[in-house]
Structures are given as C-alpha cells and as structure tokens.
Design a protein around this ligand. Structure first.
Ligand code: CAO
Length: 417
C-alpha cells in the first residue's frame, strides 16, 4: 500500500521536542524524513534523561521514530556542500534552531529559494518574526507562560501553573505539520513554488487558550464569569483568573473524589453537569426530588450551590471506585471520565488495540512503549518503527546524493559527517 506522503523528502533539522514531534508525524504517514544531526553528539535528547546507560533515551526514541539519521557538521565547507545537495533534492526543510542559527550557517531563506524554488522551509521559534521577544530562545514552560496558559491554569490561591501536556512543544509541532501540508498542497496548485512556513510557540499556546481570551472579553464587559469557582461567592479582578478544575464551556464540572482518594492520589473522576442531563444526574445519584425542585431545576438556580451539589455527588461516590462510578454514570448519559494515570493508560486494552499506545522495537534498547498516531485513517495503518541510531543512514543518504564511496570516505576523514 502506498502511504499518503510517500515521495515527499524532508530534511529534518530539528531537535528536542517541538520540531521532532512534527517531522515524526509526517514520517508516520510516509514522508522520507532525514534527521540531520551533529556528528558525535546528535540531538541532545539522545542523552537527556537516560534510563539505560549508553543507549538513546526514551525522550529521543519517542519523538524520532520512522526517521533516518544523517550526521553532518554544517559549519564545515564539506558539510555545507552536502546540505546544499540535499536541499536541491528535497521538498521540505524543517528546523527549530534558536533565532538566526540557520542564517548564521549560511542558509537564509533567500539562498535556499535560489537553490530550490520548490522548497518549503518550516520553522518553529519561541516568538513570531518581528515580535519584541523574537531574539529569545524558548523551551516548553517558557512558552506556556508567554502564551497565556500558565496565568489561567491552577487554583486561584496558588501560583501560575504549567500543564504537563506539551502545549509549547508538541502542540507547536502539530501546528507546523498543518502548515507544511498546507504549503505542499499550495505548491501543487501554483506551479511548484515553495514558501516559508513559520509557527511560534507563543502563538500555538495562545491558539489553544482561545477560550480564555473569550473570557477576558466577557470579564471586561460584565465583571464576572459565572462558570468560574469565584462566582458568586468570591471576587474577580480585571484579568481572567485561574479556574481550578472548572469546566471551560457552558456546563459546570469538577474533579470529584471517589472511593480510596485518601490513599490514591488519582481516585477521582471528572463530572460534568450538562444542563439537559440534570434529570438523569438526579436519578443516578439518588436525588430524584431535585429534578422538579425550583431551587435546583435550572442551571442558574444551581449556580450558587454548585459546590454543595458536587459535595452531594462525592458522598454518592464514596463507596465506588472511579471505574465503577463511570460504569454507572455512563448508563445515564452523563459526560464523565476516570482520572487516568500514565500507568493505567500504558496498560489500557483499548489504547493498545487502536495503536494509540504502541510497542516499538529498538536496536539497542529492545521494546518500549510510545504514543502512536492519534489520527486514524480508513486507508492507512500507521506502523511505528524504531528511531535511528546516530548516523545510521549517513552513507546511504550520501549515496543517494551522488557521492562515490571514495568521496564518502573523505567526508568521514574530514569529520564533516
Ligand atoms: N552542524 C553544525 N552546527 C549545528 C548543527 C550541525 N548539524 N546543528 C546545530 N548546530 C548549531 C547551530 O547552528 C547553532 O550555532 P550558532 O548559535 O553558533 O549559530 C548551535 O548549534 C546552537 O543551536 P540552538 O541555538 O538551536 O541550540 P541551543 O541548545 O542553544 O538552544 C533551543 C536550544 C531549543 C532553546 C533553541 O534551539 C530554540 O530556541 N529553538 C526554537 C524554539 C524551540 O523549538 N524550542 C523548543 C525546543 S523543545 O523544548
């Protein structure tokens, strides 16, 4: 079966997480992704947070599957020549170096365009071009703070809080992947002309915090936000507060304790009081008298006692595990889920069956788990292959670029590859 992106050649000049997450996704769907790494060291994540001495860390293997690895010192004349040939033969160059690094290497957008007018150059930076912080280097949590996630996450009486979800890194990589596919589509329609695609981590975080910008404007107009725990008993300032575990939409929700919460930090479910599910909720939790009670029957009537209602639901949950509770509540069509731990997800039968949790074989580490494609296709079965060893495909790639074995030996000799 031909994979959808087969024939698309990508120079993967990325490192750490934001860029590699993007190119890994494209590799899964069939693109020929050649990861370019500095000889001897490679992507820093190969050696960061290692669990097996001398073996590529999971940080690397989980973000670089299905790729080839070419070692290349692009600061040497010979290395620049190899990169030049590669650019002439490729469709996309993806990079997430610090600001200006590609230019300093001698590969400006103007120069790349001259070498290959069809080239799509896709970049991740911390901040967008022209932004007053455009010179800053940025990591995940810096982006979460800059993009509005941290100021709106956590509890009102605590500090700004970052999310464990990689809103700055992998999320930006996913935005970049959309940008690359859009530019490839455009190239097919405009006579093969490439373009520059740029995504900033701040913008990508803010894009996911869209509803918080919604809330800022509502707050500016009316002075309060009724779905936040600060309403109606607490107070608001002029900025969107941290809302704890409140639902971000029109229905109140909260994380509720289940049986065993005293000793198990994750014995909780998320419970949503969806307006039209009020009657089933009352029946499920043994409070049928609330269905027609004017003090409870409408969302606005419930608002000032929402935490008392959650307390009543917690009393009902006290003798049920999070899984038992969800199994009962699902019969009443109530939107809810157990709070899942990483251990539970790793062993989840449904996620294993769908390939979302995938077991991968690696030449040196053996089997490990990764997160497979979250996108499912009717005509593509995504197969995850192990990440490459450092420089594993150097000679193979050089041969495809037309280098003879004598020239390849000379490149090794010159430490350019
Ligand atoms: N051969 C020769 N030189 C190479 C090379 C290669 N194959 N690959 C990289 N280099 C050089 C770069 O040219 C650069 O050199 P100069 O600064 O001298 O011009 C140098 O390595 C350092 O690159 P860098 O600035 O990207 O690396 P860093 O470790 O200092 O910073 C990071 C890392 C992530 C903060 C920075 O790359 C960055 O801000 N990237 C953009 C935002 C981003 O993607 N952040 C998310 C990372 S995931 O958390």
């Amino acid at each position: 079966m031909t994979k959808p992106l087969e024939g698309i050649k990508i120079i993967d000049f990325t490192h750490v997480q934001a860029g590699p997450a993007c190119t890994q996704l494209l590799a899964w769907y069939g693109a020929d992704v050649i990861k370019v790494e500095r000889p001897g060291a490679g992507d820093v994540t190969r050696s960061q947070l290692r669990d097996i001495p001398g073996v590529d860390a999971l940080y690397f293997t989980m973000l670089n599957s299905n790729k080839k690895s070419l070692t290349l010192d692009t600061k040497t004349a010979e290395g620049k020549e190899v990169l030049t040939r590669l650019i002439k033969q490729s469709d996309v160059l993806v990079e997430n170096f610090g600001p200006g690094a590609l230019d300093r290497m001698g590969f400006t957008w103007e120069h790349i365009k001259e070498l290959n007018p069809g080239m799509i150059v896709a970049s991740v930076k911390g901040f967008s071009d022209g932004h007053h912080y455009e010179d800053l280097k940025v990591y995940e949590n810096v982006a979460q703070c800059a993009g509005g996630a941290a100021s709106t996450t956590g509890f009102d009486d605590g500090p700004p809080t970052v999310s464990a979800a990689a809103l700055g890194d992998s999320n930006t990589g996913m935005h970049l992947a959309i940008g690359i596919l859009t530019a490839l589509h455009a190239r097919n329609r405009n006579g093969g002309k490439g373009q520059k695609v740029a995504v900033s981590m701040q913008d990508s975080v803010l894009n996911l915090c869209r509803v918080k910008l919604r809330d800022q404007q509502r707050l500016d107009r009316v002075g309060y936000l009724e779905e936040y725990p600060q309403y109606p008993h607490g107070s608001f300032t002029d900025v969107v507060p941290r809302g704890g575990n409140a639902g971000g939409g029109g229905q109140p929700g909260w994380v509720l304790k289940c049986k065993g919460w005293e000793t198990d930090k994750n014995a909780y479910i998320y419970f949503t009081i969806q307006g039209h599910a009020w009657a089933p909720i009352c029946r499920a939790i043994g409070k049928p008298e609330w269905i027609e009670d004017p003090a409870y029957m409408t969302a606005s009537a419930r608002q000032d006692k929402i935490f008392d209602i959650f307390g009543t639901i917690e009393a009902w949950l006290a003798d049920k595990t999070k899984f038992e509770a969800v199994n009962i509540l699902r019969k009443f069509d109530i939107p809810c889920a157990p709070v899942m731990t990483m251990k539970e997800l790793a062993n989840d039968e449904s996620l294993r069956a769908s390939g979302t949790i995938a077991e991968v074989d690696h030449k040196e580490r053996g089997k490990y788990l990764t997160v497979g494609s979250p996108i499912k296709f009717s005509d593509l079965k995504v197969e995850i292959t192990g990440s490459p060893l450092l420089g594993e495909h150097t000679n193979e790639v050089l041969e495809t670029l037309g280098y003879s074995s004598r020239e390849i030996a000379a490149l090794h000799e010159a430490k350019a590859v």
